[in-house]
Design a protein around this ligand. Sequence first.
Ligand code: G3H
Ligand code: 13P
Ligand code: ZN
Length: 317
Amino acid sequence: MSLVTSKEMFEKAYSGGYAIGAFNVNNMEIIQGITEAAVEERAPLILQVSKGARSYARHIYLMKLIEAAVIDAEESAGFDLPICVHLDHGDSFDLCKSCIDGGFTSVMIDMSSKPFEENIAVTKQVVEYAHDHGVVVEAELGTLAGVEDEVKVKAEDSSYTRPEDVQEFVERTGCDSLAIAIGTSHGAYKFKPGTKPQLRFDILEEVSRRLPGFPIVLHGSSSVPQEFVDIINSNGGNMPGAIGVPEDQLRKAASMSVCKINIDSDLRLAMTASIRKYFNEHPADFDPRQYLKPARAAIKDMVKHKLVDVLGCSGKA
Ligand code: G3H
Ligand code: 13P
Ligand code: ZN
């Protein structure tokens, strides 16, 4: 099977009350850990590539690794794993065009920090080019706090999505899915220690009422498992007060109109925890395969848990 867009995935997820996991990829071990989990769970999958990932690993390497994962799933498990390759947080028409021309099946154009009319104009331009090439487009309204690609948005500069804007935005841009801000944020420090993390389900409900049947996307949806934070902190790391989105709230969002849930920080935490622990326990080892093998396994276990217990998309491919 070739790579697919997210269109059919989202239609099924919307009606089935589950969400597709969109995991950020940067290298071979991350791609293998995620896709092995998806194959074993028979789960549809979105692999997403940020601008930073693209300049770290280069487009061609990530593309070929993802193509290899599709072939490997077919050959080793006899399973047609539906994979959508998505550009995460595209910040210009040119970047989106380059990814579309380079074989991605989905792109995000993120003009959420720009004024409404500018967001509409650039998103519309990307949608026209993407749709001409059989590619789907995610756009964003509202601003998340946190760090992406060296751009840091302070909590006080973030803003929830205004439900009264969404209909006009979707109609005028023609985008295929919409990322909204309801209290999630990027990175490992999403809520202040001692406060109760709470997503704004009232905003999500109002957005869905105004956009019936339309797929909604949640960014910044790592749950920052405390077992990883503890392993990191007890093996030489320093991540005090790292807190994520409670998994039961993500599960609830997935049962509503949220069809795509973005996870990157949890991959980083799983990998870093495993590598720190390995080095602490095996100070004389220096073969990268020795510490990357358990790191890849840690990613696989974490992703399986998300697919089964959080996203609810196990068995849906
Ligand atoms: O939302 C941002 C993702 O976590 C990607 O992060 O831009 O550092 O690759 P990155
Ligand atoms: P996290 O930092 O919560 O993993 O969010 C990732 C994300 O939104 C990628 O676009
Ligand atoms: Zn994001």
